[in-house]
Design a protein around this ligand. Sequence first.
Ligand code: AMP
Length: 303
Amino acid sequence: MTSSVLIIGSMAFDDLELPSGVFSDVVGGAATYAALAVSRSARARIVAVVGEDFPEAVLDDLGDRGIDTAGVERKKGKTFRWAGRYSSDLASRTTLDTQLNVFGEFRPRLPPSYRDSEFVLLANIHPALQLEVLDQVVRPRFVAADTMNFWIERERPTLLEVLRRVDTLVINDEELRQLAGEHSIRQAARTVRAMGPRRLVCKRGEFGAILFDDHGTFFAPPFLLEASIDPTGAGDTFAGALLGALASAPEFDAASLRRALLVAAATASFTVEGVGTHRLAEVTASEIAARSAEIERSLRTTL
Ligand code: AMP
C-alpha cells in the first residue's frame, strides 16, 4: 500500500514580479506546492496555518485531490505573505518582503490520524516548527527537509538541530553554499552531510539536481523547457514529487531514490510553465510520465 507523506510548510499569498508581468495574491507556499506534487503518486497530509483571508475554496480543492487538510488550522489574522522579484532571465530572484503573520504564533498539533506517517517532508518554514512536527510523528521511515536563506540567516542554531534529525536535505545550490560557508558544491555537500543528513540533494534550477549519498554522486538532468514563466515553488514541487515517488515505490533503495529524482525533475518542470500552481494543478500523470521518460532517455549513453 502507498504510504502517506506528511508535509509541514508555508501556505501563502505570493506577490510575484516576473518578466511576464506582476501578479498579486497568488496562492502559494511551500506546503501547497509540495502537497500538489505528492498527490500525483501518494497521499499528502498538510500541517500549516492560514488566516481568515485564505479562501476556503482552495482548501476544498486540495481535499478534492485527496490531500488531507485536517492539520491545516485557520486562525484569526492574515495568511503568511511573500513577495519576490525575478531577474529578466529568471535565473535569480530577490525577496522583497516576508510576513510571517499567523505563522508567527503557530504551535502545530498533529491530528492523531497523522502520527503514523512514514514519510515526512519538513518543507520550508521556521525550523522550530519543523522540529515540533517531527517530535509528534511516531516512527517515520524517511524524513527530508528543505529550508531557505531567510532561516539560514536568522535561525541557524535551530536549523542545525533539524539537520541532526533528518535523513535527507533537499536544498538549492545558493543556500547550500550559504549553509556550508563554502563555494565548491562538492565540499559544501560534504560539510553539510557532516552536520547530520546522510543524503543531500542539491537543486540547481534549470541545471537539474545532484544527489550525494553513500553510493556516490548522481546527476538528475533537468527537463529542458521551451518557455519558462514562473519558477516559484519549483523547489517545493521537486521535494514533494521526490517523497511521493518514494512513498509509492515498491521498495526504498539507491535505485528507487535515483528514479524518484527523475520524476521530481519532471514534475517541477511543469510548475515553471505557469504562474503559481496553475500548471502543476492541471498536469496529468501521463504528462509527468512522458517527461520522466525523456529525462531517463537522456541519461542513456552509447559511448
Ligand atoms: P521555492 O520557489 O521553491 O523556493 O518556493 C517559493 C515558495 O516558498 C513561495 O510560494 C513562498 O510563499 C514560500 N516562501 C518564501 N519564503 C519563505 C519562508 N521564509 N518560509 C517559508 N516559505 C517561504
